[in-house]
Design a protein around this ligand. Structure first.
Ligand code: UDP
Ligand code: MN
Length: 277
């Protein structure tokens, strides 16, 4: 029996990869993405920013969207961007919405492999919390009560199936995401968790293969790197939190993303100059 067309195995083209960025990171973070994992998912990846950048926009094949959201790290600015990301996703009609920050390395084949295990026609919220407990906030509808829910850290990346995204629309599409975010006064990734877990009563599925810089990245073992879906990097008050991986010199690759990319995909042109160990 032939399968109905909609039940074919998920392919890369069925995934909408959404990267949140800001004008001041175009030259550093987006160029680094361009030199690494972007080559594996050019057509699927869209960048959401807050300023015009003709040259970068051209290099990204028009996939640089100026959200016209205000710049800055404010709750408003960031939830404004998430709202635009979700609206673009809905219009794309793809099976999966995957959000990433611009300091994330995406292991593209592993993401595809992961999503192939889940049915996009069912409700799936895949990601990794950075807290060891659910978030607890005051319930404004029931004075004196608290409500708790889990949320996936935006900086680790998370994915939402089309079925679930459709159910989120009343709270998340066409400007309503910002209204929801303002009601609970929480950051964009918490708002996603609030909509899915509290309002829609669905559950976050924890994927341990996602890694934000809120965890100790240097603890990930060398032999486990290939299996992971996302990595990040950070520098807080001079302290680096990066993968412990051989490859390029620290001066050339302070974030270690070029090195991990060449470890995963050694045949890339960017990896020709890699010192062999
Ligand atoms: N970001 C933004 N506007 C800003 C600052 C940051 O859209 O003014 C985005 C940034 O591009 C990234 C995410 O928000 O995708 C998280 O920013 P960052 O990594 O600088 O901070 P973190 O919250 O991880 O410490
Ligand atoms: Mn970050």
């Amino acid at each position: 029996l032939s399968q109905p067309k909609s039940d074919t195995q998920t392919a890369l083209k069925d995934i909408f990869i959404s990267v949140k960025t800001t004008a001041k990171y175009h030259a550093s973070r987006i160029r680094l993405i361009q030199k690494t994992w972007y080559a594996l998912a050019r057509d699927e990846t869209y960048f959401f920013t807050d300023g015009n950048d003709k040259e970068l926009g051209r290099d990204l094949g028009g996939h640089l969207i100026n959200t016209n959201c205000s710049t800055g790290h404010s709750r408003r600015a960031l939830s404004c961007k998430m709202a635009v990301e979700m609206d673009f996703y809905m219009a794309s009609r793809k099976r999966w919405f995957c959000h990433l920050d611009d300091d994330v390395y995406l292991n593209v084949p592993r993401l595809l492999e992961l999503l192939q295990k889940y049915n996009h026609k069912q409700d799936w919220y895949l990601g990794k919390p950075s807290l060891k407990h659910p978030l607890e906030v005051i319930d404004r509808d029931n004075p004196g009560m608290k409500l708790t829910f889990w949320f996936a850290t935006g900086g680790a990346g998370f994915c939402i199936s089309r079925s679930l995204a459709l159910k989120m629309a009343p709270y998340a599409s066409g400007g309503r995401f910002m209204t929801t975010a303002e009601q609970i006064r929480l950051p964009d990734d918490c708002t996603i968790g609030y909509i899915i877990e509290h309002l829609l009563k669905q559950r976050l599925t924890i994927i341990n293969l996602f890694h934000s810089h809120l965890e100790a990245l240097w603890l990930i073992k060398r032999h486990q790197l290939e299996k992971q879906v996302t990595f990040s990097y950070s520098k807080y008050s001079g302290k680096l939190n990066v993968l412990n991986v051989d490859g390029f010199d620290v001066e050339e690759d302070p974030t270690r993303l070029k090195s991990v990319h060449c470890l995963l995909f050694p045949t890339f042109r960017e990896c020709e100059t890699l010192p062999r160990h």
